[in-house]
Ligand binder design. Structure first.
Ligand code: HEM
Length: 409
């Protein structure tokens, strides 16, 4: 039987299916696994509870130890903090945090703005060369911005950035597991060499900071450093590209919202939170594995069960959000979404992702005040110039956003 969560329709609009699941209960058994019971959590309260519950493990390597062919993470990432439980998790996270602080991110902001301005200038050039015709805001802006920022964080030299982006893309999107495995090994191999070079000649980049990071005499080992560097690339690239792409689509589909944000940049932080809620970049799920039996949202989870917590489902739960399917900047408590997870594994890169998105929207709206979709937001299935969607298993965002820049400010 075809899995509806892997259909093109689900990539285009997953919300009817997530709502139908939620209507049956906030925690639903689904038949995605061949031999293990798998649950999907689409209720907001239940998602928060699951994300913070210690009886649910993130240790993919342990869980899949008996099934070398069944894995949901690249080998290098499966040893990172994302895939570890206490006490290792706390240790890895604390060490990484000493270099990856909100202050380190805010120091990066001027450089993020410079990169975004450079991309906007290149977009204008492309549009001019095409006689004012449409440009693709994903390929020309939403996708290159985050990977360039991460490469700067890790001090990846310019000529190597295209390869880093390709490996990272293949890790997620490759149709066959062999290509994904090759990309994972290539990326880990490359970052191992980069770490050796930085160790020999430290700079003021975040990677050098991570190499030097100490916590009461403790340091990151070589494999831990490589895993962390791979994690930063893969966790921060497609996710943030999807946030910018989804947010752009939401604001390009709404003329009044676009005008408000263009005229008052002070609204951008609230808009970024609402875009995160409205279209979670990690839409379908983050995974957990039950270590003991327990009850969740009326369901009996058994030890060994897989629990998929769906940010896209939780963020549209009407029990938590009024008019969940509308973009509204006047929500009483902006945020409250679980797009960055919740609890001990809450996204370490959230301040960076928020800054990138805020700057991306500010730059585009200031440079192209008359920016609009080339096709009135049509889907690609409606015509050749329409919006089309990336097809990856867990994430969602536009693959193409054809837009007309209009006169340049
Ligand atoms: C963890 C989403 C950007 C680094 C997570 C988790 C989510 C998430 C849902 C938790 C996974 C779980 O609990 O199972 C996102 C989204 C982003 C984004 C939607 C962009 C909009 C970034 C960036 C970086 C980053 C830019 C760094 C460069 C991490 C790391 C973790 C993480 C290191 C693991 C934290 C831990 O296990 O303690 N992210 N992320 N993320 N994210 Fe992000």
């Amino acid at each position: 039987m075809n899995n509806p969560m892997e259909s093109a329709e689900f990539s285009r609009n997953p919300y009817p299916l997530l709502a139908a699941l939620r209507a049956g209960g906030p925690v639903q058994r689904v038949r995605t696994g061949k031999d293990r019971t798998t649950w999907v959590v689409t209720g907001w309260a239940e998602a928060r509870a699951a994300l913070a519950d210690r009886r649910l493990s993130k240790d993919t390597a342990r869980y899949f130890a008996d099934r070398p062919s069944g894995r949901d993470l690249a080998p290098a990432v499966s040893r990172s903090m994302l895939a570890t439980d206490p006490p290792d998790h706390g240790r890895l996270r604390k060490l990484a945090m000493t270099a990856f602080t909100p202050a380190a991110v805010s120091r990066l902001e001027p450089r993020i703005r410079e990169i975004a301005e450079g991309l906007a200038t290149a977009l204008a050039g492309t549009a001019q060369a095409a006689g004012g015709g449409p440009v693709d805001l994903v390929e020309g802006f939403a996708a290159p911005l985050p990977i360039t920022v991460i490469c700067e964080l890790l001090a990846v030299p310019d000529p190597d950035r295209a390869a880093v982006r390709r490996w990272s893309d293949d890790l997620f999107a490759a149709a066959d597991p062999d290509t994904a495995d090759r990309a994972s090994h290539a990326l880990a191999g490359y970052l191992t060499e980069l770490i050796a070079a930085r160790r020999a000649a430290p700079g003021d980049d975040v990677l050098s900071g991570l190499i030097a990071a100490r916590d009461a005499g403790d340091r990151l080992s070589e494999p831990e450093l490589v895993s962390l560097a791979v994690l930063l690339v893969v966790a921060g690239h497609e996710t943030t590209a999807n946030l910018i792409g989804n947010g752009l689509l939401a604001l390009l589909r709404d003329d009044a919202l676009r005008a408000r944000l263009r005229d008052d940049a002070g609204l951008l932080p609230a808009a970024v939170e609402e875009f995160l809620r409205f279209d979670a970049p990690v839409t379908l799920a983050t995974f957990r594995y039950a270590t003991e039996p327990f009850d969740l949202g009326g369901a009996r989870i058994e030890a060994g069960d897989v629990v998929m917590v769906s940010p896209g489902g939780a963020n549209r739960d009407p029990a938590r959000f009024d008019e969940p399917d509308a973009v509204r900047l006047d929500r009483p408590a902006p945020g409250g979404h679980v797009s960055f997870g919740h609890g001990p594994h809450h996204c370490l890169g959230a301040p960076l992702a928020r800054a990138e998105a805020r700057i991306a929207f500010a730059v585009l709206l200031a440079r192209f005040p008359a920016l609009r979709l080339a096709t009135d937001g049509r889907d690609a299935s409606d015509g050749p110039d329409g919006v089309s969607w990336r097809r990856t298993r867990l994430m969602r965002g536009p693959a193409r956003l054809p837009a007309l820049l209009g006169p340049i400010a």
